[in-house]
Design a protein around this ligand. Structure first.
Ligand SMILES: Cc1cc2nc3c(=O)[nH]c(=O)nc-3n(C[C@H](O)[C@H](O)[C@H](O)COP(=O)(O)O)c2cc1C
Ligand code: SF4
Length: 394
């Protein structure tokens, strides 16, 4: 599996504003067709096809529409959007402008993670330069009828505000709590208007697709997971960092690249993802196999997997918004159970009850937070029963 390497660094395969110029030479429908043809799926975790989302927002009958760049990046172990915001802000705003053009929005909002406030000044300067260069404002690059502005709004430091409907609530000045769906944001989003919420990486890739074409994009990855993925790699490896790799790369190949081949497990997808043990390192990073928003945490031989499970469980107790019972109650019970297990004070039948509670949370929680909160706990108990329980099976 080749690493994606460009002579002059990441994204040097495209020229500044190449994608935006191309988009503005096409109709909105043609832009959406190219994105649909590329197979681009959302890079924020859920993997929803970007072309379908843009098409739904574009065809909603409302004059007022919004496109939001989700830069809340709160998943433990994820820092690839920070690199895009810091190193490639023009490319990010280019993608947001392309998305605005495609869906017919006059306004884009960058929802910036509260902890990234230090990036705000630089981002505002970039926006000001874009206004001076007619890349924002009225009649962008001379395109009649295309007026588009971008505003930056700060998040307030809650993981749940990365969930798109909680993010919209937060933008509207309410508590960041997920909404019931339907209606979906593409129909009823920010201030009740059609809204496309897209991850930073999705938007950056849309600029590349417009610049280089759908076939170029599809030449990377697998048929079901086209293109490349930014992976934020941390933990027990010698070369942590952000890597751009084609979908389909195996965990084993990734560990070789980051010099972490001694790992006994890898957490893919952050706290809400799954813990993959060594015996499964031939599995592929792809939507059809092991899916991830970008977080990869490597665990070496010396890590205590029960401590790892407790650490993730504490995170979910802290971050659950408390709105629905399976998540509010389940996250606390899982943490209590794991702490008792650590003290040697949890019976096997009680552990089985907890696993069953975890499965109920996956099914019955209102949003992705509660649905994914038990993933790490279940996969660690199932894959490391000897470490967690001192026996071979649960
Ligand atoms: C608890 C929770 C946190 C999330 N955090 C983020 C985030 O920080 N960034 C992000 O892009 N998507 C996040 N998402 C996913 C968003 O709800 C949404 O699917 C995504 O922004 C859509 O963009 P995409 O289609 O480009 O992936 C989160 C989802 C959940 C359930
Ligand atoms: S699953 Fe958790 S975070 Fe989501 S709405 Fe329910 S309580 Fe809130």
């Amino acid at each position: 599996m080749p690493i994606v390497e460009y002579k002059n660094g990441m994204f040097s395969d495209i020229k500044p504003e190449e994608g935006l110029k191309k988009a503005l030479s096409l109709s909105r429908g043609e832009v959406i067709s190219i994105i649909t043809d590329s197979g681009l799926k959302g890079r924020g975790g859920a993997g929803f096809p970007c072309g379908t989302k843009w098409n739904l927002a574009a065809s909603a009958s409302d004059e007022e529409k919004y496109i939001i760049c989700n830069a809340d990046e709160g998943e433990p172990g994820t820092f690839k959007d920070r690199v895009l915001l810091k190193e490639y802000p023009n490319l990010l705003f280019e993608g947001l402008t392309i998305g605005g053009y495609a869906i017919g929005a006059k306004k884009g909002i960058l929802y910036l993670r509260g902890e990234y406030t230090y990036l705000l000044k630089g981002l505002l300067q970039v926006l000001e330069e874009r206004r001076k260069n007619n890349l924002l404002g009225e009649k962008i690059l001379g395109k009649d009828g295309f007026n588009f502005e971008i505003e930056i709004r700060m998040g307030s430091g809650a993981y749940i505000c990365g969930e798109e409907t909680a993010l919209i609530e937060s933008l509207e000045g309410q508590r960041g709590e997920p909404r019931n769906r339907p209606p979906f944001p593409v129909n009823t989003g920010f201030m009740g208007h059609p809204t496309s919420v897209n991850n930073c990486e999705t938007l950056v890739l849309s600029a590349r697709i417009l610049a280089k074409g759908a076939d170029y994009f599809k030449s990377f990855g697998t048929p079901k997971s086209t293109g490349t993925k930014l992976l934020s790699v941390s933990g027990d490896c010698k070369k942590p960092g952000v890597y751009e790799l084609p979908f389909g790369v195996t965990i084993k190949e990734l560990l070789k690249i980051v010099d972490g081949e001694d790992a006994k497990a890898v957490q893919i997808g952050g706290a809400s993802g799954f813990c993959i043990p060594k015996k499964d390192f031939s599995r592929k990073i792809a939507y059809e196999d092991v899916s991830t928003g970008g977080s990869v945490i490597v665990f070496g031989e010396k890590r205590d997997m029960l401590d790892v499970a407790i650490n993730f469980a504490e995170f979910f107790v802290e971050e659950s918004c408390g709105q629905c019972t399976p998540c509010r109650f389940g996250t606390v019970e899982i943490l209590k159970g794991l702490k008792n297990l650590k003290k040697g004070d949890l019976s096997l039948s009680m552990l089985k009850e907890l696993l069953s509670l975890g499965k109920t949370m996956q099914l019955a929680s209102k949003c992705g937070l509660g649905q994914s909160a038990p993933n790490a706990f279940i996969s660690i108990v199932e894959n490391f029963p000897d470490e967690v329980l001192g026996r071979e099976e649960v």
